[in-house]
Design a protein around this ligand. Structure first.
Ligand code: NAP
Ligand code: ZN
Length: 360
């Protein structure tokens, strides 16, 4: 059922959508639901461009429902609150990430792990309870259930904080799971220095770890060390550097968006080390058994983070003054930004100035 045919979808919104797998983004007018008793309305200020948006507009995963309005790294200001909403008021600076709703009743919802609820509804390309397709943050206004909204700390700027809502929490959650948050002294590897990877480096450094970047881009070495604070840099195509790195790392976060081999990365882990996969290539990745067996190593996945973790991550970023390194663009530059993102040419996240507040 299209949003337009859902009776309580009365609010007209201007956004940007792709209509087919060419992935081309064009202006798109659509309707959102009325602001319900549990909802808040948000004037969108900024929205980050996650590589997931690129996977979706191009239908890389074969699950895109067109037209798709991408965007799940959203910051903005509350303009309306429903009658049940007590924790937000008009004017609050807030953020919305990947999650739009969950069942609220299963073991995962009850234990603040609603990101693993099997009825999870995503901010875009999801089917909401009323049967409508969800539309994301490449749009000037959003209606969100208040349980899936977090506060943006006052000291963080709204544009550079936007990518924390997906990239930030997606790397924070496995770091927490691997006991890396606020417990220093581990050797952490980050594979892929893109949107997710660069914020992982900043967080891991802020938490007091020794950080090694594993990258296909030698040109990123100086910046990784000088700007982002990485201690060490391995070019993954350089066999000698990879050999030298064997058995040196406790935890590796793999943020790579394309197919690549896991064997050499697993070899970088110490015995008992953990590889946490968050990158989501469109084709299956081979998992060789020998480096797992000979090093008693583990591989696990992680899907964004819970709402509790998202707020915790925002607050930790507030405390450590962590935001993303961004390239701010206007909405009419989204297609160019997608082209550059596909070519691995961004330092390190595009953010769309939806409300036109910044001088560009
Ligand atoms: P991104 O900014 O494009 O960064 C990905 C990085 O991967 C690139 O900067 C590049 O780093 C490396 N890379 C690209 N192609 C490669 C190749 N063929 N072989 C090896 N390395 C390659 O993307 P992102 O926004 O950080 O997202 C990364 C992935 O995470 C995407 O697949 C996205 O869908 C996924 N994701 C997952 C979750 C989740 O919940 N699990 C949430 C958000 C995003 P170097 O230049 O350093 O090699
Ligand atoms: Zn994302």
């Amino acid at each position: 059922m299209a949003l337009e045919s859902t009776p309580n979808h009365t609010q007209t919104v201007a956004g940007w959508a792709a209509h087919d797998s060419s992935g081309k983004i064009v202006p798109f007018i659509f309707k959102r639901r009325e602001t319900g008793v549990n909802d808040v309305s948000i004037k969108v200020m900024y929205c980050g461009i996650c590589h997931t948006d690129l996977h979706f507009v191009n239908n890389d995963w074969g699950i895109t429902m067109y037209p798709v309005v991408p965007g799940h790294e959203i910051t903005g200001v509350i303009t309306k609150v429903g009658s049940n909403v007590k924790n937000f008021k008009i004017g609050d600076r807030v953020g919305v990430g990947c999650l739009a709703a969950s069942c609220l009743e299963c073991e995962f919802c009850k234990n603040s792990q609603e990101n693993y609820c099997d009825q999870i509804q995503f901010t875009y390309n999801g089917i909401f309870w009323d049967g409508s397709v969800t539309y994301g943050g490449y749009s000037d206004m959003l209606v969100a259930d208040h349980r899936y909204v977090v506060r943006v700390p006052d000291n963080l700027s709204m544009d550079a904080a936007a990518p924390l809502l997906c990239a930030g929490v997606t790397v924070f959650s496995p770091m927490k799971d691997c006991q890396l948050v606020e417990s220093p002294g581990k050797k952490v590897g980050v594979v892929g220095l893109g949107g997710l990877g660069h914020v992982a480096v900043k967080m891991a450094k802020a938490f007091g770890h020794h950080v090694t970047v594993i990258s296909t881009s030698p040109s990123k070495e100086t910046e990784a060390k000088q700007r982002l604070g990485a201690d060490s840099f391995i070019v993954s195509t350089n066999d000698e550097q990879m050999q030298r790195g064997k058995r040196t790392l406790d935890v590796v976060l793999d943020t790579v968006s394309a197919q690549h081999s896991l064997g050499p990365i697993l070899e970088l882990l110490k015995v008992n080390g953990t590889l946490a996969l968050v990158g989501a290539p469109d084709r299956p990745i081979e998992l060789p058994s020998f480096p797992l067996i000979f090093g008693k190593r583990s591989v696990k996945g992680s899907m964004t983070g819970s709402m509790k973790e998202t707020q915790e991550m925002m607050d930790v970023c507030g405390k450590h003054n962590i935001t993303c390194d961004i390239e701010l663009i206007k909405p009419d530059q989204i297609n160019q930004a997608f082209d550059r993102l596909a070519r691995n040419d961004v330092r390190y996240r595009f953010v769309i100035d939806i409300a036109g507040n910044s001088k560009l």
